[in-house]
Design a protein around this ligand. Structure first.
Ligand code: CA
Length: 230
């Protein structure tokens, strides 16, 4: 279901407000009040996206995120957090969340984030070329798979989008703000490290030696680029 969203939040009033707002915007919404219920639903139904609160009774949002990721590597997840320390944790851990929203938030803001993430997942990448290839790296835009030397690289949705974008603009240097706008798809308010963390994760998956990147390179003081290879 390309329009169906799962909200995982134990504070029922918040869950209901989000559900109401998203439904008014044309989404179909399921609510889960704890992590176990969320995992059950994810296993039984097709969702386009999961909005996942961190503070939950029982399994917390971090655990739930990890468990969803282990079986659904492409399902977009937006984490909801109430604390700045949790932001560090979301960014620092290799959780594979696609985005996060900090409480208190406005329903409008949440809907904008949801739309931005879904636009990226549903929109066919603007290219007539279905296969992008450079050196040992190959990506298939139709199946959304990435390969290195013919072996599949497991990427989250956002990692895939970032790699695709950089590969479509080889040797073009982008600064963090440009990448946030192009890859994350909305005007982002100053969390540059989101980009750095994603670049680091991508390098760990793509590069032979992440410390000496051969593909996803840094232009010191400027930004990042994908190095063209024949
Ligand atoms: Ca909560």
């Amino acid at each position: 279901m390309e329009n169906k969203i799962l909200i995982v939040e134990d504070e029922r009033s918040i869950g209901e407000i989000l559900k109401y707002g998203l439904e008014k915007d044309g989404y179909e919404v399921e609510l889960a009040y704890n992590g176990e219920k969320a995992l059950e639903k994810v296993n039984q139904q097709d969702f386009a996206l999961v909005l996942l609160d961190i503070m939950l009774p029982g399994k917390d949002g971090f655990q739930v995120c990890r468990e969803i990721r282990s079986s659904f590597s492409n399902l977009p997840i937006i984490m909801i957090t109430a604390k700045e320390e949790e932001v560090d944790k979301i960014l620092g851990l290799e959780l594979g969340a696609d985005d996060y929203i900090t409480k208190p938030f406005s329903v409008r803001e949440v809907i904008a984030r949801v739309k931005a993430v879904l636009r990226r997942t549903s929109e066919p990448v603007k290219s007539s070329q279905a296969i992008l290839k450079s050196g040992e790296i190959e990506i298939n835009l139709n199946t959304m798979e990435a390969f290195k030397n013919g072996r599949e690289i497991e990427l989250t949705f956002r990692e895939f989008t970032l790699l695709t974008f950089l590969m479509q603009h080889k040797n073009h240097v982008f600064n963090r703000q440009q990448l946030l706008n192009e890859v994350w798809g909305y005007e982002y308010t100053g969390e540059d490290r989101t980009v750095d963390v994603m670049i680091r994760r991508l390098r760990e998956k793509v590069e032979d030696d992440p410390a000496e990147p051969n593909y996803i390179c840094t232009k010191r003081g400027m930004g990042y680029y994908f190095r063209r290879k024949e």
